[in-house]
Design a protein around this ligand. Structure first.
Ligand code: SAM
Length: 216
């Protein structure tokens, strides 16, 4: 993603603590207190400009959502959407996903969404991919038993790598689509990248994988 420096972004974020949580570590192990209702929490890692997570929160009021984005210049676009929609079941975090363990405890999260994650195609950058095994361990450490990852991308190389990484980690492959927009999958909510790449004729890949505990 090309980043445009927005010197005002930091101030704008600080002015909206009800939407972009300024002290996420305080909610570790008790995220239900950050929301109006105690209900399952789904997070999107690398939320970008926030279309997916905002529309998901509107469509599913019985789920709480958190969108996590590293760059303040990007998350301000998601903030604008949230200010406009004023949803009680959506919060945003301007943090690095590598630090998820600082902000979430085991069982805090029921599902992780990864949408159009940066592919990092060079082999030497494998560890930066959000589906690398170290990230799968981070997600496992905050998810409920049997928690899931739902992953979409237009990048065939990243998709194939991720299926292998999920499988090697011992995750159960529950659902795979090699052409989401020409499948019978219902209820798809598009991300900004999905909109852009599908308009360019790119195929969209999607999968759902599940952590298995010993009793499964
Ligand atoms: N999910 C959005 C979409 O589909 O339109 C954005 C996709 S964009 C290619 C990937 C996003 O992930 C970028 O906004 C990037 O800043 C964010 N990101 C990458 N690594 C991250 C990390 N370690 N923690 C938080 N966000 C990250």
């Amino acid at each position: 993603m090309r980043l445009r420096h927005k010197p005002w972004a930091k101030d704008k974020i600080e002015q909206h603590p009800q939407y972009i949580v300024p002290n996420p570590e305080d909610y570790k192990g008790r995220w239900h207190e950050a929301f109006e209702k105690a209900q399952p929490l789904h997070i999107e890692v690398g939320t970008g400009k926030g279309n997916f997570i905002t529309e998901m929160a509107k469509a599913h009021p019985d789920t709480n959502y958190i969108g996590i984005e590293l760059y303040n210049s990007v998350i301000v676009a998601a903030l604008d959407r949230l200010i406009e929609a004023d949803l009680p079941n959506l919060k945003l975090l301007n943090v690095n996903a590598a630090d998820l363990g600082k902000y979430f405890a085991k069982n805090d999260v029921a599902r992780v969404y990864l949408n159009f994650s940066d592919p990092w195609p060079k082999v030497r950058h494998e560890k930066r991919r959000l589906t690398y095994r170290d990230f799968l361990k981070l997600y496992e450490d905050i998810l409920v038993d049997g928690g899931e990852i739902h992953f979409k991308t237009d990048n065939q190389g990243l998709f194939e790598y991720s299926l292998m990484s999920f499988s090697q980690y011992g995750l159960l492959l529950k659902f795979i689509s090699l052409d989401l927009h020409n499948s019978d999958f219902e209820g798809n909510i598009m991300t900004e990248y999905e909109q852009k790449f599908s308009e360019q004729g790119n195929r969209i890949y999607r999968c759902e994988v599940k952590y298995q505990n010993d009793l499964d």
